[in-house]
Design a protein around this ligand. Structure first.
Ligand code: CA
Length: 233
């Protein structure tokens, strides 16, 4: 993959400068804009590889920017939101954002999120894993048509719901999925007790999948928000 181009959408000049300095220091190509309207224009004219999008923009709601970009592109979008706005992050993720960063964030966090996203992009570009029938990630292998999953070539004894859950996370590797999104996909609805059940199934799935359930390698928890399957090295 060529040097990725990052689009930074942020109206707060100090944050924008911190981000551009960080990207420059780490040799990324980048563009910055302070408004949603310009973000949509540049997203379509420059086709960036990754977008960092502040949710609180002066001219329009960041979620609307996501909706507009999603109407024609799957480019990864990482939203930037102020602390204590879990609801906003959830809305943004459900509108199609891939990940989020909470203000104030460190340079290390910014770079870590970017690496996760770029790693996902390179796998998407090389093996088109989203559509292939066999998924591999580290020692995990899922055979979608056969309906089975293997860890170190040993078959995992999963219940139908655990398998569905694993497939959903795997097909969206690198992306944070909200509780609502997951329960809608598994049970076709999202009631409070579905979210409670989801937690239980996640515990049992992790016990089977993760060698060290307390420091999971594959499935990351985002407290109050959802879960994400990580691409393992
Ligand atoms: Ca702002």
């Amino acid at each position: 993959m060529n040097k990725p181009v990052i689009l930074v959408v942020e109206d707060d000049a100090p944050v924008r400068n911190l981000m551009s300095t960080t990207l420059k220091t780490h040799d990324y190509k980048y563009l910055t804009v302070p408004t949603g309207r310009e973000a949509i224009m540049l997203a379509s004219s420059h086709n960036p590889d990754v977008v960092f999008l502040d949710l609180g923009l002066p001219d329009m709601d960041g979620v609307e920017v996501i909706r507009q970009i999603r109407s024609w592109s799957n480019m990864p979008i990482i939203v930037i939101s102020a602390r204590s706005e879990d609801e906003d992050k959830i809305t943004a993720l459900d509108a199609g954002a891939d990940d989020y960063l909470t203000k104030p964030f460190s340079v290390e966090e910014l770079l870590a999120r970017l690496r996760v996203t770029i790693r996902r992009l390179s796998t998407m570009n090389t093996d088109g894993s989203a559509d292939s029938s066999v998924y591999t990630n580290g020692n995990l292998r899922i055979d979608f048509p056969a309906g089975c999953a293997f860890l170190n070539e040993e078959e995992l004894k999963l219940t139908p719901i655990e398998f569905k859950l694993l497939c959903l996370l795997a097909k969206n590797t690198g992306k944070v999925l909200t509780h609502t999104y997951i329960t809608q996909n598994i049970w076709g609805r999202s009631w409070d007790n579905d979210i409670a059940s989801l937690r239980v199934f996640m515990v049992t799935l992790r016990k089977k999948l993760e060698p060290y359930p307390d420091s999971p390698e594959f499935i990351q928890t985002h407290a109050g928000i959802g879960y994400r399957m990580l691409k393992v090295e």
